[in-house]
Design a protein around this ligand. Structure first.
Ligand SMILES: C[S@@+](CC[C@H](N)C(=O)[O-])C[C@H]1O[C@@H](n2cnc3c(N)ncnc32)[C@H](O)[C@@H]1O
Length: 296
């Protein structure tokens, strides 16, 4: 969605329903999901509901896609009773029911379903970034290959200060993988090469990135158990989109993607199933200073 363009029709209709619902809340705009946050001045939309329902509804209106870039931080399916170390204490790694594995076959079916919807929602030259650990990322890569995505890069996000390994029977886990892929083999993807080189002191940027976990001030409006650092999303957004482009996140959590997108003058649509993270997202999105004033 370039800065001087109208929002895609799905969003124009949703915006009208959102205004109606605000003037008569009992009416309700949709039974499956609702637009929980909308900022016409910045082209920001946040849905409370199931990502599959929202994606299917958008795809029905936009069969050739409407998003320039998607960042997906899906359930990693790692909440299976393990322990980790936090502030010197042993704590459970369980993030919530949404993160429980159902076994490799069902995890694969689930992953392939949402990746298929994301592929439909990408514009022809659009790209997707998906983060994960070994619990899910190989399934993501395999599903991407089956669906005909073109894998562009495999980023290793290295955390300089990982929690120690309590069992002392493994190397300390200190990376996450982020796969970057284009919609298909024909896509002419955006890569802001010069900007990335400049960020890297004039040298080509490598595919190993070091970022600390979110700083304290990124959690002062509330916490999400798997919140990503804004700096990581800022790099992803600036590397693969231009100002005004429409960025989508199907598993928005605390909306770090939206925070980075709006701060970099991109537009944003997110979906989140849990109401507490919708509230946190609202607070975070509202806190981003405005740079442009226009109506989407
Ligand atoms: C790994 S977290 C994303 C964290 C996010 N990147 C951030 O920085 O805050 C995944 C999120 O997806 C949400 N979720 C899981 N399944 C979902 C679904 N089917 N539809 C929408 N949201 C879902 C969870 O509630 C959780 O907040």
């Amino acid at each position: 969605m370039a800065l001087d363009m109208e929002a895609p029709s799905f969003f124009q209709e949703e915006r009208a329903a959102y205004e109606d619902e605000r003037s008569s809340p009992e009416a309700g705009s949709n039974q499956l999901f609702r637009l929980a946050y909308h900022d016409p001045g910045r082209g920001a939309y946040l849905y409370h509901g199931d990502a599959f329902d929202v994606m299917a509804a958008i795809a029905a209106k936009h069969p050739n896609g409407c998003f320039d870039m998607i960042f997906a931080d899906p359930p990693y399916k790692l909440s299976n009773g393990g322990m980790t170390c936090h502030a010197g204490k042993a704590v459970s790694v369980n993030k919530g029911l949404w993160d429980k594995s159902e076994g490799p076959e069902l995890d694969f079916e689930y992953t392939k379903r949402w990746l298929e919807l994301c592929q439909k929602l990408l514009k022809p030259n659009g790209t997707i970034w998906v983060s994960g650990t070994h619990h899910i990322i190989h399934i993501v890569g395999y599903a991407m290959q089956l669906l005909g995505y073109k894998i562009l890069n495999e980023i290793a996000w290295e955390k300089p200060n990982p929690p120690p390994n309590l069992s002392c029977r493994y190397f300390t886990h200190s990376t996450e993988t982020i796969l970057w892929a284009a919609k298909n083999k024909k896509s002419k993807h955006v890569f802001n090469y010069s900007e990335m080189r400049e960020d890297n002191g004039g040298k080509q940027m490598k595919s190993v990135w070091q970022f600390l976990p979110p700083a304290k001030d990124e959690k002062n409006l509330g916490k999400h158990p798997t919140q990503k650092p804004v700096k990581l999303l800022d790099r992803i957004v600036r590397a693969s989109t231009n100002k005004g482009d429409f960025v989508f996140d199907p598993f928005a959590g605390s909306s770090t993607t939206g925070v980075a997108a709006l701060a970099a003058e991109r537009t944003f649509c997110g979906v989140e199933a849990e109401i507490e993270y919708i509230d946190l997202s609202n607070a975070r999105l509202l806190s981003i200073p405005r740079k442009t004033s226009r109506s989407y």
